[in-house]
Each structure stands twice: as C-alpha cells, then as structure tokens.
Design a binder for this molecule. Structure first.
Ligand code: ADP
Length: 450
C-alpha cells in the first residue's frame, strides 16, 4: 500500500480524497495556488506545497510543478480528482515515468476514451450499443450532409476532443447544417486545439443515465449501478440521483452486464463511468469518463461503498475481492450541486463567506470545502458544496433533501440553494418524469414568472 499520496486538485474533491487516505492510514500532500493558501484542503493535509499563481494553467495544470512537489515530499502516488489533469494521458504517463503511481486507469485507456471517436469505435467493437451517427470523423460538409441524410434530422455535431458540453451544435434541418457544422469546428478548435468532429442523431427526449464501474489490475470488473444525471443546464449536470426513477432492476442488471463484459475485454482498470442516453426503452453509449465523477457520492450512498478507497486499493495492485453479487443497492440517493452563483442569472458570485452552517441528521452528507471566513476565489469552478441525501424511498429522499436545504445557511455569497429548493417542490420532478431538457424549461419558466 502507498505511504503518501499527493492530491493534484483543490476544493471539495481534494478533501474527499484526503478523507479516504486518512482512513487508510496514508499521509497526504496538498498542492495549491497562491489564491488557495487559506483553503481547507491545504489546512487539513499533512503537508502542502505551493505550485504557482492563481491561473489554473500555471498551478493545477502545471505538470512540472506538481511532479516536483511529489518528488520533494516523497509521495509515492498521485490522485488527480476530477477536472484539471484527471483525463490527461500525458500526465498519467509522466507520473509513471517518474516512478510514481497514477491513481486511475492506464494512459492508454485515458487516451482512447478522451478521443470520443476512438471511444465509440472501441465500444462498438465490444458490443456496446451506440447512438446512431457517423462512422468516425466527419472531415467536410459534404460528408456531414450525407450522414445527416442517412440518420435523419435533427443531428448533433460533436467535438472529438469534447468535454463540458463545448463544441456541440444541433442542426434541425438541411438549411441549418452548414452553420452548425462550421460553428462546432470553430468552437472545438478554440476550446480543445482540435477541430475534429463527428455526428450523432439528436435525440429529442432522452435521459442521461450513466453506469459506475470499477476494475482491478487482474481482470475483475464490477458495476455499482446507474446514476440519472438528466437534470442539466447547458449540458452541465446540476442534480443527480441513484438509482434512476426510469429504469428497473432488470434493466440495471442487463446494462451492467453489457458494460462490465465490454470493459473486461478492453482490459480497463480502476474507476470509470459509461454515459448513455436512454429513450424509448433503449440505451445508447455517448462517452466514457476515465476518472472519479463529481456525482460519485450518490452511488456510494446507494451501495455503501467508498469509491475513492477502492480506487486507491486497486491502484496499489489489490484485487477487488468481491463479485457482482456482493454489490447491493439500498434505498435512494440524491445529490444537489450547490454553486457560488446567482440562483436566477447563474452569474458567478465569488467573495467572502461570512457564515456557514451545514445541515446534518440521518442520511445527510455534505462534501464541501467552505467555511466561515473563507474567500471563494474567482479563478476556478463555482461548485462549492455537494449536498447528498440517502433514504429508503425516492419520496423520502426528496423530503429529506428539502429539509436539509432548509437547514443549509451560507451568508456573504449567493448560492444556488434556492433553485434546488424549487426543484424539490416541482410536481414533475417529484414524479420522476423528466428528460435532459427539463431543467432548461424549468429555468425559463421561472424567468418568465419573475
Ligand atoms: P461532454 O463530454 O461535452 O459533456 P457528452 O457527449 O457527454 O459531452 O454530452 C453531454 C450532454 O449533451 C449529454 O448528457 C446530453 O444531455 C447531451 N447530448 C449528447 N449527445 C446527445 C444526442 N445525441 N442527442 C441529444 N442530446 C445529447
């Protein structure tokens, strides 16, 4: 087992990883920018190293500085968290080359899944159903046009190197294709330095359902069920549930069987998430994330498992030690992502937190690095807290989330707590009756009402 892990991240996820390390008796090293000197992840770590100025490219994405911090402190492994360097195959390679362990999949698998065209080809090969679309990259407008004729409008043009919903454009009809194609490529080039695009049928009312998997280095793969992440704004998740109100245990088993068989054949290692769109009873793969997800806690609550502990154990070479039949699903879990944003305009609201009171009680979990007196810096993602509840039924979980949101008090900055409160009260959310478009409509409806 590792003696000391460097956590190449900040905020709530850095704390999350520290917690797992501490319970395993592993020392932790925090890295931080000058803007984060007072951050909770720095205060709670065993050691900390400043790796650069506020801009992420100079600090949390600064590979030489992070590797130097690992060398200076004698860390033997690096956990990347999510975002930043977590899906950077070159970084994983360099960590290995420096004789350290990267806590995650192999660089080869990160690279394969990071190229969405390659990922879809690999998944197709091992029997995973895909959204109908182009066979590979779409190099010119002429090809785009013939793909669209074949699969039918509306179509979605997506960046091969995509992430965070960028480089994605819908063409409703033939007339709109040229502009969507051009915009997608321009946006992809600007965001990822790579303007390769591919195409998919644009599904009109899917749910986003993803499956958590975990694989050891010895060929054993299990899944921990699905999460429903359909509540999105600008293709970004805002609230997640486990399990999905839309699928049955038999569907979960079948999807899990397909996914674990596929990953066994690909020789995948460590944690991963397969993302699917689900519509009219069919699942279609869209992409795989080769890292821990923001929303992993709902799965942890549902299955009573510590996914970060599992990542660390497996990266150190341990066997899973249990099989699919040992994974059990109990009750229902919901996560609300609370951001430092105006709850109506979604403008970021960095600033000093003057008061912080977290909810508690049975079945309530908070993953947050906030504290009274903390200054939320303007340089990074606006996620400041994840509020997670677990209860015997979905209705109980909604009731619990509602009362936990009522208890949650943050002053000094605005947060999206009021928005989550409104979602909990909405009858169609309560009925579990929603698609990926539900939240955009909900937000537009609120705006019209005010
Ligand atoms: P990114 O990596 O940029 O997040 P994804 O491929 O994961 O891109 O898609 C993000 C979201 O965009 C999905 O969760 C879904 O809401 C929407 N989306 C993606 N593909 C399609 C599609 N073919 N039809 C309709 N919506 C889609």
């Amino acid at each position: 087992m590792f003696q000391k892990i460097l956590i190449a991240n900040r905020g709530e996820i850095a704390l999350r990883v520290q917690r797992a390390c501490r319970e395993l008796g592993i020392a932790t090293v925090a890295v931080h920018s000058t803007a984060d000197a007072e951050a909770m992840h720095v205060r709670l770590a065993d050691e900390s190293v400043c790796i650069g100025p506020p801009a992420a490219k100079d600090s949390y994405l600064n590979i030489p500085a992070i590797l130097s911090a690992a060398a200076i402190t004698g860390a033997d492994a690096i956990h990347p968290g999510y975002g930043f360097l977590s899906e950077n195959a070159g970084f994983a390679d360099m960590v290995d080359a420096h004789g350290l362990t990267f806590i995650g999949p192999t660089a080869q698998h990160i690279a394969m899944m990071g190229d969405k065209i390659a990922a879809k080809a690999a998944m197709k090969e091992v029997g995973v159903p895909l959204v109908p679309g182009s066979d590979g990259a779409v190099p010119d407008l002429e090809t785009a046009s013939s793909v669209a004729e074949r699969i039918g409008y509306p179509v979605l043009i997506k960046a091969a190197a995509g992430g965070g919903g960028r480089g994605m454009k819908v063409a409703q009809d033939k007339e709109g294709l040229e502009e969507a194609y051009r915009l997608a490529r321009t946006e992809a080039r600007a965001a990822f330095g790579n303007d390769a695009v591919y195409m998919e049928k644009y599904l009109d009312r899917p749910r986003h359902i993803e499956l958590q998997v975990m694989a050891d280095n010895h060929g054993n793969v299990v899944h921990f069920g699905e999460r429903d992440c359909s509540l999105q704004r600008r293709h970004q998740k805002l609230l997640e549930e486990a399990g999905s109100p839309a699928i049955s245990p038999a569907q979960r088993d079948a999807l899990g069987e397909t996914a674990t068989t596929a990953l066994r054949r690909l020789g995948y290692r460590n944690a991963g998430t397969l993302e699917f769109l689900y519509q009219d009873g069919h699942f279609a793969f869209i992409e795989m994330n080769t890292r821990l997800q923001v929303e992993h806690p709902v799965t942890e609550m549902l299955c009573d498992v510590d996914l970060v502990r599992e990542q660390i154990r497996l990266a150190a070479g341990a066997e899973l030690g249990y099989g699919q039949r040992d994974v059990t699903f109990s009750g229902h879990a919901i996560e609300c992502r609370i951001t430092a944003e105006d709850p109506h305009s979604f403008t970021p609201t960095p600033g000093r937190v003057t008061m912080f009171h977290a909810p508690g009680g049975l079945g309530v979990r908070i993953d947050s690095a906030l504290y009274a007196g903390y200054f939320v810096p303007p340089y990074y993602d606006s996620l400041v807290a994840k509020l997670i509840v677990h209860a015997p039924t979905r209705q109980d979980a909604i009731n619990r989330m509602r009362r936990a949101l009522d208890e949650f008090a943050v002053s000094g900055i605005q947060t999206t707590i009021p928005l989550h409160r409104e979602i909990m009260d909405d009858p169609s959310f309560q009925a579990g009756d929603y698609t990926i478009h539900w939240l955009e409509n909900f937000v537009a409806g609120r705006r019209a009402a005010t």
